[in-house]
Design a binder for this molecule. Structure first.
Ligand SMILES: [Cu+2]
Length: 114
């Protein structure tokens, strides 16, 4: 009988963990380099789901920033050249994101879906 209780507890814990993981969402890393998001050339497009975290990773030698130019929710990182800026996406829609230093020459599109 004791082993049954342990099994039930293990199952309950596994279920709770699975639900917590689903609620937290996934993390997508976006590279920030000199002078582009994700990859050089053109405007990179990144798609995530609502509730996911987008983490901009500053990998360039020069300072850059994340600024929402157009989109359902304003947010931004401030200029930096190392580390990461994570942001949980709560609002569905299309975001046009610029570097606050390099402007339209360094932009990306972020699509947040249901
Ligand atoms: Cu920049």
């Amino acid at each position: 009988m004791k082993s049954l209780a342990v099994l039930a507890l293990a199952l309950a814990l596994a279920l709770a963990l699975a639900l917590a993981t689903a609620a937290l969402g996934a993390t997508t890393t976006v590279k920030v380099a000199d002078n582009y998001f994700v990859r050089d050339g053109g405007v990179s497009e990144v798609k995530v789901r609502r509730g996911d975290v987008v983490s901009w990773r500053f990998a360039g030698l020069r300072a850059h920033s994340v600024v929402v130019k157009r989109g359902p929710e304003p947010f931004g990182s401030g200029p930096r050249s190392s580390g990461s800026y994570p942001h949980r996406m709560k609002k569905i829609g299309t975001y046009t994101i610029y570097c606050g230093i390099h402007g339209a020459r360094m932009q990306m599109r972020l699509i947040v879906k249901r």
